[in-house]
Write a protein that binds this ligand. Structure first.
Ligand SMILES: Nc1ncnc2c1ncn2[C@@H]1O[C@H](COP(=O)(O)OP(=O)(O)OP(=O)(O)O)[C@@H](O)[C@H]1O
Length: 448
């Protein structure tokens, strides 16, 4: 079997993180989270740690018919969910595309598009005359002022719609629905997909206390004691706990991760819609992983170390190496390069040797391993901070779901970083943040 070439390993070495570095990242994350939670320092914090106002986890008694909207990355989903106790749940959903022109257009066009899709869906399912409770999963950094009020702090993940930053997105949604006048809804909660994931997993496993996403972007939330939330301005009724939306994707904005950034990370950042922001996210999530691998491959090809120096126009085009290629290439059996050759052919690369394939696989492994280890450092930080004997971590997002080794890489890395008396388990979220949104709405209606 061919082995990875020495020069390729050398070029990739900046992407390989030691255990000591990961421990350092975990400790940095801890101090950034503390900064975010404190009233005095939150204004300058990069990891904002927004209280979600979700105080109660599902207890299995949630029942009823709910609508959910899920906007947060590549697709927009509308769902109709019927909760019927802990086991019986019915769910209908439809995915709508969000065209690039809408992602970069005006806020009103975005919310009009959402309202259009909602109305189409409600009519298709014959519920247009009902006033159903709705949970709105809006997965961008929002400062919440209550369960039904969240102001967008800034766009991420390729969105840039005018007139939304600083505004309450529930108000914008309601205004768009009113402009149409043909359907009506009752928004009971706005939440992030991490919260949706935590709630959805907690419904199945009451030990779930953390929710994380590794999809288009990355983020995490966890259940925190009110006494640790300096920012808390709500009531102190029991249970004295609240889900904190960390917004950890922005970790590193102040330069604290600069030592581990590579030339590839810098290039991704410079060419992004949000330079200087979401530094942690850009090293981990699906929106960037493929591009990171492409930049390394392009550099090595130009140096003559891959494909005998013969690249292709596609290879040199930004965004042409999809993150799913990494999963496909790493799914090949060791020593076999069936998927790898298929991907390289799609990139119009000719005359591919086994050595090229072995090296390409290594590049993919280095990029995905670093992503998994950094996400693991974040999870270990939360687990150590919570200091509970056993915690289940709900995980969602296509990178975690489809990458063949992500789960194992994360588990292995968390084990090294977490205190030896803490037990944990990473649990794949089955039907994601949509069901979570319905559960938040259901828990809210249980209380009101
Ligand atoms: N097979 C795969 N392996 C790894 N990554 C993948 C795969 N398929 C899609 N992706 C990546 O996952 C990302 C989409 O993630 P996901 O499907 O979880 O969507 P999302 O809901 O838009 O994300 P988010 O929850 O961050 O808002 C894209 O960046 C895509 O490149």
């Amino acid at each position: 079997m061919v082995t990875v070439s020495r020069q390729v390993k050398e070029v990739c070495s900046s992407l390989v993180l030691s255990d000591t570095t990961l421990e350092h990242v975990m400790n940095l994350m801890h101090s950034e989270i503390s900064k975010g939670l404190s009233k005095e320092t939150n204004a300058f914090a990069d990891v904002k740690c927004f209280p979600t106002y979700v105080r109660n986890l599902p207890n299995g008694s949630e029942r009823g018919k709910f609508l959910a909207l899920d906007l947060g990355g590549t697709n927009f989903r509308v769902l109709l969910i019927e909760l019927g106790g802990s086991q019986k749940n019915k769910m209908l959903s439809k995915i709508f595309a969000v065209p690039q022109s809408v992602m970069l257009g005006s806020g009103n066009s975005l919310f009009d598009h959402i309202a259009d899709c909602l109305a189409v869906f409600m009519k298709e399912h014959g519920v247009q005359l009902e006033r159903l409770p709705l949970g709105f999963t809006f997965s961008f950094p929002c400062r919440q002022e209550g369960l039904t009020k969240g102001r967008l702090v800034r766009w991420t993940k390729g969105f840039k719609c005018g007139g939304v930053e600083g505004e309450d997105v529930v108000r914008l949604l309601q205004a768009a629905i009113r402009r149409r006048g043909d359907v009506d809804i009752d928004v009971l909660a706005v939440l992030n997909d991490t919260t949706g994931t935590l709630m959805s997993c907690a419904h199945k496993n009451p030990e779930c206390r953390v929710g994380i996403i590794i999809g288009t972007g990355t983020n995490a939330c966890y259940l925190e004691k009110l006494g640790n939330v300096g920012l808390w301005d709500g009531d102190w009724e029991e249970p004295q706990q609240v889900i904190i939306n960390t917004e950890w994707g922005n970790f590193g904005r102040n330069g604290c991760l600069d030592d581990i950034l590579t030339e590839y990370d810098r290039e991704i950042d410079e060419k992004s819609l949000n330079p200087g922001e979401q530094v942690f996210e850009k090293m981990i999530s699906g929106m960037y992983m493929g591009e990171l691998a492409r930049l390394v491959i392009a550099k090595l090809t130009k140096k003559g170390l891959l494909f005998r120096g013969q690249g292709s126009d596609i290879l040199y085009k930004k965004g042409s190496f999809y993150t799913k290629y990494i999963s496909e290439i790493e799914s090949d059996k060791l020593g076999e390069f069936y998927n790898c050759r298929e991907v390289l052919e799609e990139l119009c690369l000719g005359l591919i040797s086994d050595q090229d394939c072995q090296d390409i696989r290594y590049i993919c492994e280095v990029v995905s391993t670093r992503a998994a280890q950094l996400a693991a450092a974040g999870v270990a930080c939360l687990l150590n901070k919570m200091n509970e004997k056993k915690v289940v971590v709900g995980v969602d997002g296509s990178v975690y779901r489809f990458h063949p080794h992500f789960h194992n890489l994360m588990t292995e890395s968390i084990e090294k970083l977490v205190s030896s008396d803490i037990k944990f388990e990473l649990m794949l979220s089955e039907d994601g943040s949509g069901r979570g949104a319905a559960l938040v709405a259901a828990v809210a209606s249980r209380k009101s």
